[in-house]
Design a protein around this ligand. Structure first.
Ligand SMILES: Nc1ncnc2c1ncn2[C@@H]1O[C@H](COP(=O)(O)OP(=O)(O)OP(=O)(O)O)[C@@H](O)[C@H]1O
Ligand SMILES: O=P(O)(O)OC[C@H]1O[C@](O)(CO)[C@@H](O)[C@@H]1O
Ligand SMILES: [Mg+2]
Length: 756
């Protein structure tokens, strides 16, 4: 190494130089993470850098490490892959490479590094962190730097962001990109379904994921595949027979197609690889099925990020910068994770260790441990999958006296995932010996037509619901009316058909695009809605960008809750979000117009990003979407133009998103298990248990049942039909920070939204 004796550039106290890099296989959402880190860094008064081409750029240094300006990352949220490049870098695996990387970082005066990558990249980051003091020591002893010059760099401030489609890092529920990849997979399987059905064929679909079965398992859950091969939980020793039996059983029940998902790392219990061709030969040879193999390959890393990955990458990028700024030499290096709905910091070292222990458990064929180490959620999905895929396992049947007649009803507007939840609950009921009964067309349908020849109360057979996993809307029909409109009719209908579970015990499974149900931070359908909305906004943004100086005001649904508007705002990089919670007022509009004027004044024609303001449908009685667009046009002084757009019911989505599908299955099965816990209990016992009438949901880092009575009394804002405390309210200011919008003053704010 050349003896350069450089002193790193001086920085004012407290101001940091924070670099971000992407590494390993690219994943959808990485560019969004870079945008968030760059903008949050600049907004915090620090300098932002990007290291191009992963660790390769760190090792090479020079122009591969570039300072980033605010506008350099404009429009990056809607780009796929990573715009700063990535690589698999062999030299960083050697100490010499890491020494060179350390030198390059100090050369540029970089005192914090945010690494966005998968298990390998974060293992590398952890190794770099562990070695850092000795690398710095070596750079002094070999004369590269003077001792005083490296003093500010004695401690490596490194933060991990988990970006990989594989979702293989322990400690986080989701890695940036995994849900986008799952979306690509589900789309492909849905397409394959149609041709498989037409020819009565079997398809063996190989999905990526390296040694992790997350993509394969979730693809199985969300498409209702017949069999799934995972590395963590290989099938039984006689898996050939087991698989053929399940496939044959499904065919006998009338299924015309077979889908088997094989993780690329799949193997049997002796660790012999299970290849898609081996599975194909079995299906063709033993069952005589016309079988094809489809290897999805890099399509799975392609395309733009889904809403969830855009939100995740943005929130985690912001959190990474905050973690850098909070850090002291004593703070262990963090990795930013998400647990259920909560962004949390965990120890990078421990997450890496835990991740390695999964591979070790598989290696020593301790599959129980491997499943446990993948986390409770993974295990739960596996249970949900296996209890809903096969309907005649003797050992899973409940004794006769515990079997129930379970009514399933859809209420309110359609939401993506309602059918998947119903399908899962149905399959679960059949596995356990319960009778699943659909109550068609909501409460009015139930009350009016329960005695008809084509009754509104009908048993659901396995085959009826079999293909509902990917269906949007509501297959059993839904209606907004409440039972209170005809209590007598509803109760007569339930008594007439001897329904045991619906009223007591009852589980409400929140399904609404608005995500405004008290007792949960997530309702099925809200993710589908967000995806539909960001697709719509991406198209609008492109139009706005092409016309250059144009602002669109887009109206979102969401009732009196600004959730959809806010999360979509985070996901598309909106200029501003108008929510019913904050209301809209003149000073706010005026300030936003000033902000837009400044933005457009700086633009010398190179501004390729269209500008969008999102306005929730009930954010104001007076300032409608059209009026706001008109005011903006009028006040722009001819410097820019404005239009409005209303996506309306497009937001209910077409095909439900994989996240809504898998969560619907998880909630559906959990709800059934909860209902089942009341089987055999007396009426009084049930009535006296507050949880006999409950809502299932995600709160913070947990999935739980909350007693309806408590939720109604304590947590519900009845006037606005939303939770009293909305968990996402703090996110509004993140939209503003990342778009550079001055936050509206609290004292100016009068929430003047329309009543719900
Ligand atoms: N043990 C290690 N020590 C040092 N560097 C490592 C180590 N493991 C991985 N790296 C670095 O991280 C880079 C990316 O790792 P890898 O190829 O495993 O991808 P990844 O980050 O796991 O992402 P993905 O699995 O999504 O492709 C490697 O090319 C290498 O530069
Ligand atoms: O793009 P490459 O280098 O061929 O790597 C493919 C691998 O990368 C991933 O897409 C991400 O780790 C894996 O699922 C897959 O095994
Ligand atoms: Mg990896």
């Amino acid at each position: 190494m050349a003896q350069v004796n450089l002193a790193p550039p001086a920085m004012p106290a407290g101001k940091k130089r924070i670099a971000v890099m992407t590494s390993g296989g690219d994943s959808q959402g990485m560019s969004g993470a870079v945008r968030a880190v760059v903008r949050q860094t600049i907004a915090s008064g620090c300098d932002a850098f990007a290291v191009y081409e992963g660790y390769e750029g760190l090792v090479q240094g020079g122009d591969m490490i570039k300072q980033m300006r605010w506008e350099d990352v404009r429009g990056w949220l809607s780009e796929g892959g990573t715009l700063i490049g990535t690589a698999r870098c062999m030299s960083f695996k050697e100490r010499a490479g890491r020494l060179q990387a350390a030198k390059n970082m100090i050369d540029k005066g970089i005192d914090a590094l945010v690494v966005c990558g998968g298990d390998g990249s974060l293992t590398g980051a952890d190794r770099f962190r562990g070695e850092w003091p000795s690398l710095v020591e070596e750079l002094v002893s070999n004369g590269t730097f003077k001792k005083e010059a490296v003093e500010p760099f004695r401690h490596l401030n490194i933060v991990g962001l988990v970006g990989s489609i594989d979702n293989d890092l322990a400690g986080t529920d989701a890695t940036i990109g995994c849900y986008s990849s799952l979306q690509r997979i589900c789309q492909a399987v849905d397409y394959i379904d149609a041709t498989a059905f037409s020819h009565q064929r079997a398809f063996v679909v190989e999905v990526m994921g390296r040694h992790c079965g997350w993509l394969a398992l979730m693809a199985g859950v969300s498409t209702g595949a017949d069999f799934v091969f995972l590395p963590e939980n290989p099938p039984s020793e006689n898996w050939e027979t087991e698989m053929c039996e399940i496939v044959q059983r499904h065919r006998k029940l009338g299924k015309r197609k077979t889908i088997v998902i094989v993780a690329e790392g799949a193997h049997d219990r002796q660790l012999n690889a299970i290849s898609p061709n081996k599975v194909k030969d079995l299906l063709a040879g033993k069952l005589g099925l016309d079988t094809r193999v489809t290897t999805l390959g890099h399509v799975q890393r392609g395309g733009t990020a889904v809403a969830y990955d855009r939100m995740l990458s943005t929130l985690q990028g912001v959190e990474a910068v905050k973690a850098v700024l909070d850090s002291t030499p004593e703070t262990p290096s963090p990795v930013i994770c998400i647990v259920e709905n909560k962004i949390v910091r965990k120890s990078l070292m421990e997450a890496v260790k835990l991740t390695q222990s999964v591979a070790e458990a598989i290696e020593r064929k301790d599959f129980k441990a491997a499943m446990k180490l993948r986390g409770a959620e993974f295990d739960e999905y596996w249970t949900a999958y296996s209890t809903t895929v096969s309907t005649d396992k003797e050992e899973l049947l409940l004794p006769k006296e515990k079997r129930m007649r379970v009514g399933i009803i859809h209420v309110g507007a359609p939401a993506g995932g309602m059918n998947a939840a119903t399908r899962a609950a149905t399959a679960y009921c059949l596995t356990r010996g319960h009778t699943p009964i659909a109550l068609h067309n909501g409460f009015p349908g139930l009350a009016r037509h329960y005695k008809d020849e084509e009754s509104s109360v009908r048993e659901i057979k396995w085959l009826d619901a079999e293909n509902w996993a990917s269906k949007g809307g509501s297959e059993i029909g839904t209606n907004r009316a409440t039972p209170s409109e005809d209590y007598d009719g509803v109760s007569d209908a339930l008594t007439h058909h001897k329904i045991d579970a619906l009223f007591i015990p009852i589980v409400v499974l929140p399904a609404t695009v608005s995500n405004n149900v008290p007792g949960t931070e997530y309702s099925i359908g809200s993710d589908t809605c967000l995806n539909a909305l960001i697709d719509y906004c991406d198209a609008i943004k492109q139009s706005a960008a092409a016309s250059r100086r144009r602002v669109f005001v887009v109206e979102t649904q969401g009732g009196a809750s600004g959730y959809i508007a806010t999360i979509a705002g985070l996901s598309i990089g909106a200029v501003a979000v108008y929510t019913p919670e904050e209301g809209i007022h003149l000073k706010m509009i005026a300030s936003d117009i000033e902000h837009l004027k400044e933005q457009f004044a700086k633009d010398k024609g190179q501004n390729r990003s269209g500008k969008i303001i999102l306005r929730n449908e009930k954010a104001s009685k007076t300032y409608t979407t059209e009026i706001i667009a008109n005011i903006i046009r009028e006040e722009s002084g001819g410097k820019f133009d404005s239009r409005f757009a209303v996506p309306g019911h497009v937001q209910q989505g077409g095909i439900p998103s994989p996240m809504d599908r898998v969560r619907a299955v998880r909630f559906g099965v959990k709800s059934m298990q909860h209902i089942e816990s009341f089987a055999g209990k007396s009426k009084d016992e049930i009535a006296n248990d507050p949880l006999s009438c409950s809502v299932i949901g995600i709160t913070g880092a947990q999935v739980q049942f909350s007693a309806m009575e408590k939720v109604e009394k304590e947590e519900t804002d009845w006037k606005d039909r939303r939770p009293k405390n909305e968990f996402w309210m703090d996110l509004v200011s993140i939209v503003d920070t990342l778009s550079g919008r001055p936050r509206p003053k609290k004292e100016d704010s009068i929430a003047a939204g329309l009543p719900a």
